[in-house]
Design a protein around this ligand. Structure first.
Ligand SMILES: Cc1cc2ncn([C@H]3O[C@H](COP(=O)(O)O)[C@@H](O)[C@H]3O)c2cc1C
Ligand SMILES: O=C(O)c1cccnc1
Length: 338
C-alpha cells in the first residue's frame, strides 16, 4: 500500500490518528488466562505478553502464524569522521550477504519461521554528515518513512524491524541525545568496537552535531531529519504502519530503539504496540529503554543489530501465544482447581 503521507506534517497526522488497544479483547484474554491448566501466574511474564498481544490484535485467542523480519539499510555521511571500526562499503556488502542468506539475521529468521525482506535505501547516496548540515532533506525523510511503511506485509501478525548501516550507532546516539537530553557521552557507545580513542572521537562528533542543530527536543521528526538516517526513518515508518495494521512489533537494539523513540516523542503512546526484544550491549540501550518504559525480554550481550535480538524474542512471543491459545481450561481437562 502506498503511504498515506507525502510530507512530515502528513506523517504527524497519521501518528495522531493511530488506533488504540482493544481493552475488551484483552479482558477476554485475561479471563481465559485465569482458567488455563496451571497455577495462577505460573507462566510469569508470558501471561502478560499473551494478553498484551491479544489486545493489540483485537482477538482474545490469537495465533502467530506469520512473523515478518524487515532489515533496512542506509549509508551515513558522518562515517567520513572515522566513527566506525569498519568502512562504509560494508553496508552494501552486508546487503548482498543478507540477500544470499549468509548473515546472522537470515539464520534467526529461518529458525523462528519468519519471512525476511531486505530494503536497501539509496546506498550510493549517503546522508549528509550531520556535523556539516542536516542529514536529510524533508523529501529524503518522507521517502524513507514511506519505504518503511510500504515494506510491511499486511498479512503479518508480528513484526521485527532491523537495520544495517555502518556509522549508525553514532547517528542513534545523536538522535537519542536530541530527544532525551543529557550529554553526548551519556548516549555514545562502541558500536562495532571502536577503541577508547575512537569512542572519544565519536562522542565529540555527536556533540558537534548537537551543537550545530540546536535544541530539537520539541520536534522529534526534525531531530530525525537533521541527525538520523534513512534506515532509522524506514524503521519508524514500518513501526507506525504496523500499528495501523494492529501488528505488534518487537524492538531490536539501540539503533532500532532510537528510531522508535522518535514516534513516542512525537505522539505519546505511539509505541504501545511494541515490546523490547532485548537489551543490547551498546552502553546506552538500557537507559533508552528505561526512558520508554520498556522492559527487555532478553539480555544476551548481543551488539549486532540487523534485528537479531528481536528475532530471538519472536520465540518468546510464540511461546506466550501458543500457551495462551493452545492450552485447555481446568474445566475442559477435568483438572481440579486450587
Ligand atoms: C560485518 C558487519 C555486520 C553487521 N551487522 C550489523 N552491524 C551493525 O554495526 C553497524 C553499527 O556500528 P557502527 O556504528 O560502529 O558502524 C550497523 O551496521 C549495525 O547494524 C554490522 C557491522 C558489521 C561490521
Ligand atoms: O544495539 C544495537 O542495535 C547495535 C549495537 C552495536 C552495533 N550494532 C547494533
Amino acid at each position: 500500500m502506498q503511504a498515506p503521507f507525502t510530507t512530515i506534517t502528513g506523517f504527524h497526522a497519521v501518528l495522531q490518528a493511530l488506533p488504540g488497544f482493544d481493552a475488551a479483547a484483552a479482558d477476554a484474554a485475561r479471563a481465559r488466562n485465569a482458567q488455563l491448566t496451571k497455577p495462577p501466574g505460573a507462566l510469569g511474564r508470558l501471561e502478560d505478553l499473551a494478553i498484551w498481544y491479544a489486545g493489540w490484535r483485537g482477538d482474545p485467542r490469537p495465533r502467530i502464524n506469520r512473523p515478518q523480519v524487515l532489515v533496512f539499510a542506509g549509508n551515513h555521511g558522518v562515517t567520513a569522521q572515522g566513527v566506525s571500526a569498519f568502512p562504509a562499503e560494508v553496508t552494501a556488502q552486508m546487503v548482498a550477504n543478507f540477500k544470499a542468506g549468509g548473515a546472522a539475521i537470515n539464520q534467526l529468521a529461518q529458525a523462528f519461521g519468519a519471512t525476511m525482506a531486505v530494503v536497501a535505501l539509496d546506498l550510493d547516496t549517503p546522508t549528509r554528515d550531520f556535523t556539516a548540515g542536516a542529514a536529510m532533506t524533508e523529501d529524503d525523510l518522507v521517502a524513507a518513512l514511506a519505504a518503511g511503511w510500504e515494506a510491511v506485509d499486511p498479512q503479518a501478525d508480528l513484526l521485527v524491524t532491523g537495520e544495517m548501516g555502518i556509522g549508525n550507532t553514532t547517528v542513534a546516539a545523536a538522535l537519542a541525545c536530541a530527544l532525551f537530553g543529557g550529554g553526548a557521552g551519556d548516549w555514545t557507545g562502541r558500536g562495532t568496537g571502536v577503541s577508547d580513542e575512537g569512542l572519544a572521537l565519536k562522542t565529540r562528533v555527536v556533540a558537534a552535531g548537537l551543537a550545530l542543530h540546536g535544541d530539537l527536543t520539541g520536534d522529534p521528526l526534525e531531530a530525525l531529519r537533521c541527525l538520523g538516517g534513512r534506515e532509522l526513518a524506514a524503521m519508524a515508518g514500518a513501526i507506525a504502519r504496523a500499528r495501523v495494521l494492529r501488528v505488534p512489533v518487537i524492538l531490536d537494539g539501540f539503533i532500532c530503539t532510537a528510531a522508535a523513540a522518535v514516534l513516542e516523542c512525537a505522539e505519546e503512546g505511539a509505541l504501545g504496540h511494541c515490546v523490547a526484544g532485548h537489551v543490547s550491549a551498546e552502553g546506552a540501550h538500557g537507559a533508552l529503554l528505561a526512558r520508554l518504559g520498556k522492559k527487555p525480554l532478553l539480555d544476551l550481550g548481543l551488539r549486532l543489530g540487523e534485528g537479531s535480538g528481536a528475532a530471538l524474542a519472536i520465540a518468546v512471543m510464540q511461546g506466550a501465544v501458543a500457551c495462551h491459545s493452545g492450552m485447555v481450561t481446568f474445566e475442559e481437562a477435568g483438572v481440579s482447581g486450587g
